[in-house]
Design a protein. Structure first.
Lengths: 107, 631
């Protein structure tokens, strides 16, 4: 299994990284908090940690720590627009239940 | 599904705690709102793709309040109730308005005092203060931002001219509060422009902000030292802007028409508006082209068809450009600086797109001005960057060598789980708060166990301190709101405080988190958390299932004790049997089995729950006349 990006998400990440002027890739992760157990995190990466696992998709380096990977392996990251709002979305096959807002989930 | 943005490393927000912050350029002519998304400052557009919101508010006959383009369109039809350029009246008294005779509004001073800064404008919706009118503009921007960001704003940075005095600044703050915005800070417009260009990353220097808007010209000289901008001087001309250039073209066109011996009957208002619009279009066209054709037919049938070359345009407007240089020289003199002392010149305002203005500024300062950001948006973009930092979405400064927390800090929740409040590698100083609640009905105290480590279970983390919050008023489980705040100061000193929100009872403890932990111990704790990820996941699911089981057992037991007589003994026994079964299963280590037993118990109590519901409804209704009930 791996973590992948849709082409739209990849081009956005590329643009954001270029604008930021630094960073080697994108970190996907989970935090154990929130109304339904886990919450996603999405961050720029300036430095990899020795335990990190890296994937590459559409030219973007995706970095996940092993603790998070067990919850999000197989996830495809998408970028969508909903009305005036726009942002990234996790399509995570491990999810059994989400809180109403979709910001946290249980596996 | 909530949409996520990319955060700075280590700055991910907890769910529902995104710190959405915006920068607002509350302008005389137009206003904008911008935000930082995925490290990029962007201006937010409305449904029609407009970034600029005309700062025009109309009190319509039907009682509605119209803001923006729609209000602007009604300006000439309903001048008294359509308020434009209200920024000029912010924090001003009636005697401060010099050209009152030329303004269509009916001003009212509600105070006898000559110095009062509280003028009001009479509209069909009643007396309105400039603060209230500005708040209408801010409300529209706030709504636009919340729709675009999908959540409530924690705050906004609002820009004000550098020359605004205390009364004008206070009025701007009041307008924001009226619009329901939390003002993180008021920021000087020139400073915002400098921030947008990242000039604050320079170590120090002097910068000129040349701001030629639609109707006003402002020049500011800033001095930057150690990341702080100081305004050295400001100058300007409150009656000079891009509109004057349009007007020059308009006059030139009329001259041309007269030269061609065409009969110029008095122009109607519509003709004037048409010609001014054509003039503005010609001006904008000449930014990238050598000549512009102006073609239109006036109401008396005359066809206007003239060609304006870029050179002619420069010739007829050069005196306006020169007019901006006098205040610029004055500002330089006031700041006691020479042209050689200036490290950068920033161009702000749509009118600075005109090439001959850029050339004039370049000639004067002997350096190319900064123009690569949209001059209409640069102030809002800078304000957004500042708002993002103030809201805590960015580590304050990458250059500053800040200390970090070596391990996560959290507290114990039900089932021996750790809820992390401050994650490892957070820069110091830091403060994070989280809300917790009670687990049992009538619970009046809560034990707060502070732990450090990366593992999911308290038993695998290091215990730092324990204290008890007492005096929680007896409430149903889950009703109390206890806010626990973790603060680590710059010296690494952790203090934890807990506060029950409704009564304000508080408890507090101070600990020194890294005390007694060596570098190796920290490394080992980290390693253990990675190698045991899978085991921790199982342990977490089990603990969660147990907490869930415990909660349902205690509520069913309490319900049976209170209302057991509502159902037959056989039914009671059936429920008790399920409770016992769940208790036994919960003691074992199978999360799935526990969840199944919880479902079984839920199912077994359905009839009982219905009976309790009926009993409480009939209890509430019995003995009351039907018409005394509020439905």
């Amino acid at each position: 299994m791996a973590i992948t990006l849709t082409p739209t998400a990849a081009s956005r990440v590329e643009k954001f990284l270029a604008n930021r002027g630094k960073g080697i890739g994108l970190r996907l992760g989970v935090k154990t908090t929130g109304c339904s157990g886990m919450a996603y995190t999405l961050e720029f990466v300036d430095e990899m940690q020795p335990e990190d696992i890296a994937f590459e998709n559409h030219g973007i380096k995706i970095i996940v720590d092993p603790k998070s990977l067990v919850y999000i392996d197989g996830t495809e990251l998408d970028f969508t627009k909903e009305g005036l709002n726009e942002g990234f979305k996790f399509n995570n096959p491990n999810v059994k239940d989400e809180c109403g807002c979709g910001e946290s989930f249980t596996v | 599904m909530a949409l996520l943005q990319i955060s700075e490393p280590g700055m991910s927000a907890a769910p529902h705690q995104h710190k959405l912050a915006v920068g607002i350029d509350l302008g005389t002519t137009n206003s904008l709102v911008a935000t930082v998304r995925s490290a990029m400052s962007t201006v937010l557009q409305d449904n029609h793709g407009h970034a600029l919101l005309p700062s025009v508010v109309r009190y319509a006959p039907d009682g509605s309040i119209v803001v923006g383009h729609e209000a602007q369109a009604q300006q000439s039809a309903d001048p008294i109730n359509t308020i434009v350029s209200v920024k000029r009246f912010m924090g001003r008294g009636i005697n401060d308005i010099a050209d009152r005779a030329h303004i269509p509004y009916k001003f009212v001073s509600n105070s006898e005092a000559q110095t009062a800064k509280t003028l009001q404008i009479e509209t069909r919706a009643g007396l309105k203060s400039p603060v209230e009118i500005s708040a209408e503009v801010l409300k529209v921007l706030k709504t636009r931002a919340e729709k675009s960001l999908g959540g409530e704003l924690v705050g906004a940075v609002i820009t004000v001219p550098a020359y605004f005095d205390d009364a004008q600044r206070q009025a701007t703050k009041d307008a924001a509060r009226l619009a329901g915005l939390n003002v993180l800070r008021l920021l000087n417009e020139p400073t915002a422009a400098a921030v947008a260009y990242g000039l604050d990353n320079a170590s120090e220097g002097n910068f000129v902000i040349y701001d030629l808007g639609g109707g006003t010209f402002d020049v500011s000289i800033l001095h930057l030292s150690k990341g702080v901008f100081e305004v050295l001087s400001t100058n300007g001309d409150s009656a000079l802007g891009g509109d004057d250039f349009d007007h020059r073209i308009y006059c030139w066109v009329l001259d041309k028409v007269r030269e061609s011996n065409k009969q110029l009957t008095p122009l109607t208002e519509g003709d004037t508006r048409l010609l001014l619009t054509k003039a503005r279009q010609a001006k904008e066209w000449l930014t990238d082209n050598f000549e512009a054709q102006i073609v239109c037919r006036l109401s008396n049938g005359i066809l206007v068809d003239v060609t304006l070359t870029a050179d002619q345009f420069v010739e007829i407007t050069q005196h306006l450009v020169t007019k901006t240089l006098a205040p610029t020289r004055k500002a330089m003199r006031d700041a006691n600086l020479d042209v050689e002392d200036i490290q950068g010149v920033v161009m702000v305002g749509g009118a600075t797109r005109m090439p001959h203005i850029r050339h004039a500024v370049e000639d004067y300062f002997r350096q190319e001005p900064l123009t690569n950001l949209d001059p209409d948006k640069v102030v809002a973009l800078g304000a957004a960057i500042q708002a993002n930092v103030l809201a805590g979405n960015k580590s304050d400064d990458d250059l500053l060598l800040l200390d970090v927390t070596p391990l996560s800090l959290g507290l114990e929740t039900m089932g021996g789980l750790v809820e992390k409040v401050i994650h490892r590698n957070s820069t110091l100083p830091i403060a994070r708060a989280q809300e917790f609640t009670t687990y049992k009905d009538g619970q009046t105290a809560m034990s707060i166990h502070v732990v450090q480590g990366e593992r999911e279970l308290v038993s695998d983390c290091r215990s730092l301190a324990q204290f008890v919050l007492r005096g929680i008023p007896p409430m149903a489980a889950g009703a109390a709101r206890i806010r626990v705040t973790f603060t680590v100061d710059a010296d690494g000193l952790l203090s934890v405080s807990a506060r029950e929100q409704s009564t304000g009872v508080e408890a507090h403890i101070e600990v020194k988190p890294s005390y007694g932990l060596t570098e190796d111990e920290i490394t080992n704790m980290l390693k253990a958390s990675f190698s045991s990820a899978e085991a921790d996941k199982k342990a977490r699911m089990l603990a969660e299932a147990r907490v869930n089981a415990g909660a349902i057992i205690s509520s069913v037991t309490a319900a049976l004790a209170a209302d057991g007589d509502l159902i037959s003994e056989a039914e009671q026994n059936a429920i008790k049997a399920e409770v016992d079964r769940l208790q036994t299963i919960a003691a074992a280590d199978d999360a799935t089995a526990i969840n199944q037993a919880v479902d079984a118990l839920n199912h077994a109590t359905e009839a009982f729950a219905a009976a309790r519901m009926n009993a409480s409804v009939s209890h509430a209704l019995s003995g009351k006349a039907i018409n005394s009930l509020e439905m």
